[in-house]
Design a binder for this molecule. Sequence first.
Ligand SMILES: [Zn+2]
Length: 368
Amino acid sequence: MKKRKSHDNYNINMKLLDTFKSFEEFESCFEVYKNTNYVDYFIKDCKTLASINAKYPNGIMVTALIALKYYYIKFCCVHGGSHKNKLHLTNASHRNTMRQGCEAGIYLRVSDDGKSLVITKMTEIHNHEISRVLYSHLPNQRKINPAKKVITLELMDLKANKKMIQNKIMNDSGRIITLKDLSNIRTTARKHDSINNIVEVINKLKTKHNCNVEVSTDEANNFNGIFIQDRFIAESIHAFPEVVFADATNKLIDLRLPVYVLVTEDGNGQSEIAEIGLLVNEEEQTLRWFFKRLKNLIQFQLILGDMKERKVIKQVFPEVSLTICLFHTLRTINREITCDKRNVTHDERDSTKEIIQNLVYCKSEFTT
Ligand SMILES: [Zn+2]
């Protein structure tokens, strides 16, 4: 087994049985290897020394050098794996287009004496073209540093031409960057903006849109929910308090907070929004806070969509009749009456559904 002398002796042709005194040493060699051979890898599998020692507290690896970090680690070419392989769900669409079934890979493990990492398997045959240009277009090589990111954002805010920004960054850093990368930087930054400026949003709602806004926070001053009502909305609930419809939707806004919408029915049978709430969670306390705002306003009936927390609502409105909306009732019936669940024939299932539908839509007790 050959020993590596020092960091200066980078072997750009890393090979089988090469040893490393630390994971850091391997990483710097690997970096040079990747950049000179124009190949890129991802970690396919690994086990850290910490985890193996936690599992076997009396095992031989307890004395292994901490700087080795891994018990074993397996790198695969970024073009490895098949299209069906969806290990990286977060980046699936992006990564899957790169999967070409390349078998190239490097496998390192701790030596028996626990003093070094050894390359015990290495395949360098790639089934795809390898070139500097292709390499520089790979996502890992296109990453830009935070300082450059700030400059990019500033330029984009000034509405600079995207092509010009791209040109500048590529010249400055000598790296490839695509127009799509630039758009992604903008989108991620925007997400951060919208998360952080709740105070700004509330002020805008109050001053610009004349809204009645209330915010609920917990003991630690964490945001729990927001209640929004503009003047027009407030009038509608006062004018038509007999029936209020309530439902929540989870996929309306980027933050995925449940959006609660309460709607009233006006004299013309038209719906009017009565209140909007963005709630961080659907726990009793939060829901109670939200519904209490309407406490003295609803007079007869509250019609609910697909809402689980009926208990809270019953507590807040004990004297109000609570109904589940027709659409959701029919949907549930549709889901529950199946041949499998009820052990009925197709004909029986269809006729049952028809009878229920006729019952639901009949105009009075006397029509059929
Ligand atoms: Zn490859």
